[in-house]
Ligand binder design. Structure first.
Ligand code: ADP
Ligand code: GN1
Ligand code: MG
Length: 366
């Protein structure tokens, strides 16, 4: 069905006149478009069709985003030298005063200011970029630590709950309705042999040994924008901001930041945990969070760099076996390839784990 962009944009309080609308970015979940304004005096916009197969409570999700963006803007206004308009996402309201537009059979749409002159990286090139990413995601947790308004809406129930993810995996494997499990034997064995050890963070949380925090929960490196000089600019993709453990954010970032190759690299010999990138990210992240985090949280940061590739690799593998219903894919075994890179990254982390732990300890004690 052809999308009637003009009619959708007309619902929002926009300035100027849209001249061009182009698909934008490499996200796996929402449909994203850059709306280019005909008048350069007015801003460009970022239009998104929110994935309502994945997010079942869009009013709740948008309420979370409104709270987060407003709080960040307020905090940034008090930090000298900040540019709140560029350093926090800003939603454009609809003409009827809502933060999203919905029409039956036409999906759910939201509009942000487009943050111009940014860099977004699927692969990190050097430890300075890694540091900036770490600093931004660390600052994000720090700035949200005093957000008022109570509990967040849980936009995807049990999003990083390892037990739930394993249960879904084993159910999907049992049904194997696409007859794909036979193509993924080594990956299935990897899950079987690693599942138990991956319960550690959830167990620490359930035992009350690590605190719940407001976390981003989708901290892959292309979800932070850097400026044109590669200085950290803005944390984006706020759909999954909700209660979590700091390890979810640290580990998910390391998964993409310190992987020397792309998330879907076919040549597994290129996939490694790059220790310099790990160190760069950890330095940036701890610069912003080390006064807040507890000793047990710190002690488990390096472990989270195995946990998050496991959880996300498990989700890619589950989606592959299930017939690719969740993540956007570009070719038939795309999700299997993605799962393979995650598991290869874990193997590389296992080989260097003592060093990773030493690095975290050293940065923390400096
Ligand atoms: P998804 O959930 O599909 O990953 P994102 O919210 O991450 O969607 O957006 C997809 C891409 O769009 C991002 O990776 C980034 O490149 C770009 N993007 C998102 N928000 C903005 C914004 N406000 N300004 C400029 N670019 C943006
Ligand atoms: C999705 O939305 P995006 O592309 O930034 C996914 C993450 C995965 C990631 C893997 C809501 O992130 O959980 O880690 O793909 N987001 C959601 O690349 O499922
Ligand atoms: Mg994204």
């Amino acid at each position: 069905m052809k999308i009637k962009f003009e009619q959708i944009l007309d619902q929002f309080e926009i300035k100027g006149k849209p001249e061009k609308i182009e698909p934008y970015g490499t996200g796996h979940i929402n449909d994203t478009y850059h709306v280019i304004n005909s008048n350069i005096k007015h801003p460009d916009y970022l239009l998104q069709k929110i994935n309502n197969h994945i997010f079942k409570d869009i009013p709740g999700l948008m309420d979370n985003i409104k709270r987060v963006t407003e709080h960040l803007r307020n905090k940034l206004e008090d930090i000298p030298g900040s540019e709140p308009e560029r350093e926090a996402l800003s939603l454009i309201p609809t003409k009827s005063g809502s933060w999203f537009y919905h029409k039956t059979n036409n999906g759910y749409w939201r509009l942000y200011h487009f943050i111009k002159n940014h860099n977004a990286y699927d692969i990190v090139e050097n430890p300075v970029q890694a540091f900036e990413g770490g600093r931004m995601f660390g600052k994000f947790i720090a700035l949200l630590s005093d957000i008022p308004g109570g509990v967040f809406n849980e936009t995807i129930p049990g999003f990083h709950d390892i037990n739930k993810r394993l249960n879904i995996f084993y159910q999907t494997l049992e049904s194997d309705h696409e007859k794909r499990a036979c193509n993924a034997k080594p990956e299935i064995d990897f899950v079987r042999s690693h599942g138990t050890e991956m319960g550690r963070i959830l167990q620490l949380g359930q035992d009350g040994k690590i605190p719940e925090r407001i976390t981003h929960n989708d901290t892959k490196f292309n979800n932070v924008l850097l400026d044109q000089n590669d200085k950290g600019l803005c944390v984006i993709d706020l759909d999954t901001v909700m209660t979590g453990y700091v390890h979810y954010d640290f580990g998910d970032s390391i998964r993409t930041t310190a992987n020397s190759a792309a998330e879907d690299e076919k040549d597994l010999s290129k996939v490694k945990m790059d220790i310099k990138l790990f160190e760069g990210y950890a330095k940036g992240f701890l610069k912003e969070t080390k006064d807040t985090l507890t000793q047990i949280e710190i002690d488990n940061l390096a472990f989270s760099a195995k946990l998050m590739p496991f959880i996300i690799g498990l989700r890619f593998l589950t989606d592959y076996i299930d017939g690719d219903n969740y993540f956007k894919t570009a070719y038939p075994d795309h999700n299997l390839r993605r799962a393979r890179t995650q598991f290869k990254l874990i193997k590389s982390a296992e080989e260097q784990f003592n060093r990773m732990e030493d690095i975290v300890r050293k940065i923390y004690s400096e």
